[in-house]
Design a protein. Structure first.
Length: 114
């Protein structure tokens, strides 16, 4: 059997409304429905970037003492933690390319449109 849940530690941590800091968490592997379901949400229809918030709320199964993470909590993550979690999500789900595309800097002027 392969691993489906992964522990992480947020760089800053989520500060809840009671002033408690939550840094240790668990993220599970994403399923197809985790990626598809947010597309039906009106918040995503008006702002496609919001899909990240919903997806992270679905796949984070624990954060500190919190056992249910909602989009409201994810909305209040510090930017550094959100970036960390996006990278972590891509890493555990195998969405990062082992050989990232490279840009030929000698011909890069052709990539910029003015």
């Amino acid at each position: 059997m392969f691993k489906t849940e992964f522990e992480f530690t947020l760089p800053k941590g989520y500060l809840d409304s009671d002033g408690n800091l939550h840094r240790q968490g668990i993220m599970r592997l994403s399923t197809a429905i985790d990626e598809i379901s947010p597309m039906r949400d009106p918040r995503v229809k008006s702002n496609p970037a919001y899909a990240t918030i919903i997806i992270l709320a679905r796949v984070i199964t624990r954060l500190g003492a919190l056992t249910q993470i909602t989009p409201l909590e994810v909305e209040n993550f510090f930017a550094q933690d959100l970036s960390f979690l996006q990278d972590f999500y891509r890493q555990i789900n195998g969405l990062e390319s082992e050989n990232p595309p490279t840009v030929n800097t000698q011909n890069s002027e052709h990539l910029v449109h003015t």
